[in-house]
Write a new protein. Sequence first.
Length: 312
Amino acid sequence: MKVIIVCSGNSGSISPFVKEQTESLEKYYNVRFHFFLIRGKGIYGYLKNISGLRKLVKQINPDIIHAHYGLSGIIANLQRKVPVITTFHGSDINDKSIKKYSKLASVLTNHIILVSPTFIKKLKTKKNLSVIPCGIDLNNFYPISKNEARQKLNLDLNSKIILFAGASENKVKNFILAERAINLLNFKVQLIELKSYTRKEVNLMLNGSDVALLTSFSEGSPQFIKEAMACNCPVVATEVGDIKWVFGNTDGCYLSSFDEIELAEKVKMAIEFARTKGRTNGREQIIKLGLDSETIARKIIDVYNKVLKIEN
């Protein structure tokens, strides 16, 4: 099976979760992927890529085009030769300026994948639809001792370290709330932004941190949460996307409102959990929910076969 992946290339590289999903499909199934990276921002920037995609389609003659995010879905569907699957990840539905284009993509596409069931009502579509979060490669995200991780990263062994889920300049991540909550604590912590790290370093950071913190205004099915839980790191997060479902009843994982006082209290609880109990059983929860990359790959290939009307 030949598949063209259509996704943004504006960052200079393929998004890690897109790359890891294709790698897992290649590992477990007979799928060959070709990437079409879109250059340009906004709907008009994306539209300039149509001729390039059509040229690649003619050259590769793929069985399926799999687009990631709504704007990519529109471009993928402006050719009608090859069936299209579009995965919507969250920002393409939560952002009002993009949502209208995502709705158009959902009408045009052959099959919709949503990373969270919370988007079903928002998208308001009756098209062929599957809810499939992005999976975690448990070989890349796994527990090691906190001291070992810190030594490899040259971090102080005695500091209380909180790892923030992204870069402070990304407004959706709501770094201001994290800072306000941290300032309410009656003890000193080191708040580190998760940016410019390799995947290997992310694993080390999650293992070396006392707490992983997400304060986003909106999310789909955030990889940060699943990666943290795969490393058994205590987590505090605002109740967005599918996080409540992913947490389940996992001890050491705490949901918070957007109130800074409540958030500070939850961070205290997570720090205390880390001090007294060490790590969570988050990895067991990830496996129980089938959020490992192998299980997710099986669900994705089922969608591919369904679109192509291939019997499993």
